[in-house]
Design a protein around this ligand. Structure first.
Ligand code: GRG
Length: 289
């Protein structure tokens, strides 16, 4: 993990516009949002999925950067006063606090478009068609049928109580879609998968995507602001439905375990090629931050 995280940091430093290039304030804000923080879970998943298809790390670091830029943009916009209104992210002031609201909106916008530029700029898949598929996967995952749609449902639902299926629907979109895209895009950087293997990888990605959110809800309820690097306990203060509010802590933890089991089971047919994905499912569920 450390190796991939360090490699990703170097790649992102290189791929983001330099801070001294005009418009310098916007480029500074973009670099502030992305560099020097975060667990890089999506890039880790992207690299691990690339191992299944023997993808070149040079391709994976670009594809994983594209996914991480979308994630970073979503955090910048999510923290804005018009959305979750938060002042702390990755242990430091949020982008609109450190810069200003307009810069935060623009930094998010520009990070999103840079992600697609990266996917279009150089060869990342053996076949042009597979590379176009990556662009489409990321676009759908980030858009109204993915993350942005999930965020919209989340904002609309604040203050009301969701049922378990409604909560699941929201999180499959808000958090799960981008995690799924990270896995499928990583795999697409290498040799083509046979349909049943792709289906198993997809099943894995969906289970891990949902497990990630269940654990996020548990950590929001149980961990401290200092450990998380973001404001803890916010969900209940904002009147949000979470896996903890709907199921209680014990059943939420049991659900995360169940999803970890499902993720493992999905990888069975991949043998050794799925070993790192297997370990990442453990990391996602057992993490403490
Ligand atoms: C603004 C379009 C738009 C979408 C925002 C993902 C999201 C939707 C909002 C983030 C709010 C949030 C706390 C969601 C819960 C799960 C989540 C994405 C947590 C943050 O991801 P981590 O833990 O963060 O991977 P790091 O900092 O480690 O990269």
């Amino acid at each position: 993990m450390g190796e991939v995280q360090a490699r990703m940091e170097r790649a992102l430093i290189r791929l983001l516009p330099a801070a001294h290039v005009a418009p310098a304030r916007l480029h500074e804000a973009m670099r502030y949002a992305v560099l020097g923080g975060g667990k890089r879970v999506r890039p880790l998943l992207c690299f691990a999925a690339g191992e299944v298809t023997h993808a070149a790390p040079e391709r994976l670091e670009i594809a994983a950067s594209a996914v991480e830029l979308i994630h970073a943009y979503s955090l910048v916009h999510d923290d804005l006063p018009c959305m979750d209104d938060d002042v702390l992210r990755r242990g430091k002031p949020t982008v609109h606090v450190e810069y200003d609201e307009a810069s935060a909106v623009l930094a998010g916008d520009a990070l999103q478009t840079l992600a697609f530029q990266l996917l279009a700029e150089q060869r990342l898949a053996d076949e042009p068609r597979a590379q176009l598929e990556m662009v489409k996967l990321l676009a759908i995952a980030a858009g109204s049928r993915g993350m942005a749609g999930g965020q919209s449902i989340d904002l609309a639902a604040t203050g009301s109580t969701l049922t378990l299926p409604e909560l699941e629907f929201m999180h499959i979109h808000k958090t799960g879609a981008l995690i799924r895209a990270a896995v499928l895009i990583g795999a697409a950087c290498g040799s083509a998968l046979v349909a049943p293997e792709r289906a198993q990888l997809d099943r894995y990605a969906k289970a891990v995507g949902l497990a990630f959110q269940v654990v996020d809800d548990v950590l929001d309820a149980e961990a401290s602001t200092a450990t998380l690097g973001k404001t803890a306990g916010k969900d209940s203060r904002q009147g949000k439905s979470t896996y903890v509010s709907v199921l209680g802590i014990a059943r939420a933890k049991a659900l995360a375990e169940e999803l970890r089991g499902d993720a493992h089971a999905a990888l069975e047919s991949l043998g050794e090629r799925g070993a790192r994905l297997m370990a990442l499912a453990d990391f996602v569920v057992l993490r403490k931050f």
